[in-house]
Design a protein around this ligand. Structure first.
Ligand code: ADP
Ligand code: MG
Length: 679
């Protein structure tokens, strides 16, 4: 670990593609010793007995007790991966899947992708023959049920972090519940060995137990509680609410370092921008650090980092240094960092919400739940007693809601419903939801799918619907790929689909002249028509100039993100070829492209907005925080849409939402172009 702002704030990564390294090697002995010291080790026999005897084992235990890293290894050691079978462990977050797989590979002593691998969307670091333990996102395992409903490769499926109730965790539980119901009948004979483990960090296991035992014999499911040791955590509140919790977090961290002895600091913020800002605030203070005070190693932890960058947070601080880890709620339960003694909790979390009436999906920052606040505080008491600083008054804590509603109740159901249909679950009423989605969002999704020709009037999937369900992208993006045939622009749409599937393409360049030049160079890609075409320009230039990392650096683009887009594009291209979709170029006809893009936002999320003055735009993502921000937008003519769907103007106007828009990141040029139209 190096210290200082230069090394820790440099976001422009130079890593080669998606090369993944496992955690730094400790000797095999010390790893075995560490494994045996984990609280879960004492429960090993009992756990293995339950998995043997019950169809479903529900495991509840404090974060850090060893569920994610140890359980799959125990199963492996007990022979559950014999006969070519695979042990799957699902995670709601990509970061957790990759970082945990890295850790387990180094515990077992293999390279990632051999006995231990991971699979996240567009990135499969596992081996068909060799991989025995496979960490994967819940969404990827759910997709696999579309191809093999019996999940016959797997002997045990561990649905991890079930308390998070992510959309695909819920859907998987529903599909697997069907299995459990059928276990008693014919399928049990066909699949005698499939076992399910549901693991959760909170104590609310009864609801999962009730869910799995309803309609089946009670002998099918059992609960194992892993009591873990927890040291006392003192909680401190602010007297008054703070207008800027990012700055406050930096300030509190700074003071902790001056006033307290050893122990690392973990800060919970809501997203990458806040994290970067907080790290900058701290970096600015560094030169004023008094003699004799601990020096600081500043670290970020969020989904936009490379795996290597993520793994740096696990490296112990060097002598004389204290780690300050500024994280999203990844660090709340999915990932455990030893040595944290101080937690600073902003009290907020970013969640995705969806309004089925306006078809508007957005990311919003909301107060955390009581469960989250408690969980976050607990991160301070893992290895010794600790302190949690909540950046809000005690009265606010008392008013927090108990939990945040499961994702399935606040998300666009279009893609999941198409997938359920593709699984042969035609009667959505009969599906045993863990929590049912609101009727309104199911109805709207069905309407959208029918009007897009993916579901026929009798409720069955059409051929196109079947193909779209197979594509590893959202319905809207898949639909755009399919309609490129009509607009003869498959070549470009493929690129746009790939580029919108990666995050953080634009990097904030280093300060100084070179950074400024890089940013200017990047602006040359800006297209008048908007961001989708800007992304296209950037991609084409990247290809034209040999896909080099130095070229990316001099254009303020992320080499990693661009390389990922190249890989995603080639994967999506295979689907297009398979479905017989032509890959033609529009030969620079931007209007055709923009018309094709409209289909991208229909029917999933009719994300239109009226710019204050100039006209209409479509956009890829909306973020509603203190100010509203729109990610990736393109100008369109409203007539194109109205014409295409013969939607009455009145209806169309109801979609209109007045927004003050500000483009993220590369928006300067756009702002000046529409002077006065933006904020
Ligand atoms: P749980 O799933 O119950 O929350 P984990 O299995 O994730 O627990 O973690 C068990 C232990 O392994 C923790 O004490 C954690 O500190 C350690 N650990 C997990 N991942 C890593 C890693 N990448 N590097 C070092 N230690 C790790
Ligand atoms: Mg875990």
């Amino acid at each position: 670990g190096t210290a200082g702002p230069g090394s820790t704030l440099d976001r422009a990564t130079e890593s080669e593609g998606n090369v993944v390294q496992s955690a730094p090697n400790h000797s095999a002995y010390s790893i075995q010793a560490q494994r045996e010291r984990l609280p879960i080790a004492k429960h090993r026999e009992k756990l293995m007995y339950c998995v043997e005897m019950y169809g479903v084992t529900i495991v509840v235990g404090q974060t850090g007790c060893g569920k994610t890293t140890q359980l799959p290894q125990y199963l492996f050691e007990c022979g559950w991966a014999a006969d070519g079978h695979v042990i799957a462990c699902t995670q709601p977050r990509r970061v957790a899947a990759t970082s945990v797989a890295g850790r387990v590979a180094s515990e077992i002593g293999c390279s990632l992708g051999e006995e231990v691998g991971y699979t996240i969307r567009f990135e499969d670091v596992s081996d068909k023959e060799r991989t025995r333990i496979r960490y994967m996102t819940d969404g990827m395992l759910f997709r696999e049920t579309l191809l093999d409903p019996l999940l016959s490769r797997y002997s045990v499926i561990m649905i991890d972090e079930a308390h998070e109730r992510s959309l695909y965790t819920d859907l998987l539980l529903g599909v697997l519940k069907k299995h459990v119901n059928l276990l008693c009948s014919a399928i049990r004979r066909k699949r005698p060995s499939l076992r399910l483990i549901v693991s959760s960090a909170t104590l609310d296991a009864t609801s999962f137990l009730e869910y799995f035992t309803s309609g089946t014999s009670p002998e099918e499911a059992t609960v194992v509680s892993l009591e873990g040791r927890m040291y006392p955590v003192e909680v401190a509140y602010l007297q008054e609410p703070t207008p800027d919790y990012v700055r406050k977090a930096a300030e509190v961290a700074w003071n902790i370092n001056l006033e307290h002895g050893r122990g690392d600091i973990l800060i919970f913020l809501t997203g990458r921008e806040e994290i970067d800002r907080c790290l900058e605030e701290l970096a600015e203070l560094l030169p004023t650090l008094p003699r004799g005070a601990s020096r600081l190693t500043l670290l970020a932890l969020h989904a936009g980092l490379t795996t290597e960058e993520q793994l740096r947070v696990f490296e112990p601080a060097e002598q004389g240094f204290r780690k300050v880890i500024v994280a999203t709620n990844i660090a709340e339960a999915s990932v455990t960092i030893d040595g944290v003694k101080f937690v600073i909790d902003s009290g907020f979390v970013k969640i995705r919400t969806y309004n089925p009436t306006t078809f508007l999906a957005s990311l919003s920052t909301v107060p955390v739940s009581l469960a989250s606040a408690t969980q976050r505080a607990g991160r301070a008491g893992r290895t010794s007693s600790g302190i949690c600083y909540r950046l809000y008054p005690a009265s606010t804590f008392a008013s927090l809601s108990r939990t945040i509603p499961p994702e399935i109740t606040r998300t666009d159901m279009t893609t999941p419903i198409l997938q359920l249909k593709s699984l042969g679950i035609d009667d959505l009423m009969k599906f045993e939801w863990v929590s049912a989605p609101p009727a309104e969002s199911v109805l709207r999704a069905l309407e959208g799918l029918v009007s897009a020709g993916m579901i026929s009037d009798n409720g069955r999937l059409t051929v196109v619907g079947e193909q779209v369900a197979e594509c590893p992208v959202e319905v809207g993006v898949a639909r755009m790929l399919f309609s490129s045939k009509e607009f003869k622009c498959g070549e470009e749409i493929l690129t746009i689909a790939a580029m919108t599937s990666v995050q953080d393409i634009f990097v904030i360049p280093d300060g100084g002249a070179q950074g400024a030049i890089a940013e200017l160079e990047r602006r040359k890609f800006t297209a008048e028509e908007g961001d989708h075409l800007t992304l296209l320009n950037a991609y084409n230039a990247f290809k034209r100039y040999g896909q080099s990392s130095s070229w990316c650096k001099s254009h303020a683009l992320s080499f990693r993100a661009m390389s990922r887009a190249v890989s995603i594009r080639s994967q999506l291209k295979k689907y297009m070829v398979r479905f017989g979709l032509p890959i033609e170029s529009c030969e620079g006809d931007a209007k055709r492209l923009r018309q094709c893009l409209i289909l991208h936002v229909h029917p999933t999320s009719v994300l239109f907005t009226r710019k204050a003055r100039t006209g209409w735009v479509i956009f890829h993502e909306l973020e509603e925080t203190k100010k509203t921000q729109i990610r990736i937008l393109t100008e369109i003519e409203p007539d194109w849409y109205v014409f295409k769907y013969s939607i009455a103007n009145d209806d169309f106007h109801s979609f209109r939402i007045q927004l003050q828009c500000r483009l993220l990141d590369h928006g300067h040029k756009y702002q000046s172009r529409h002077n006065g139209a933006t904020r």
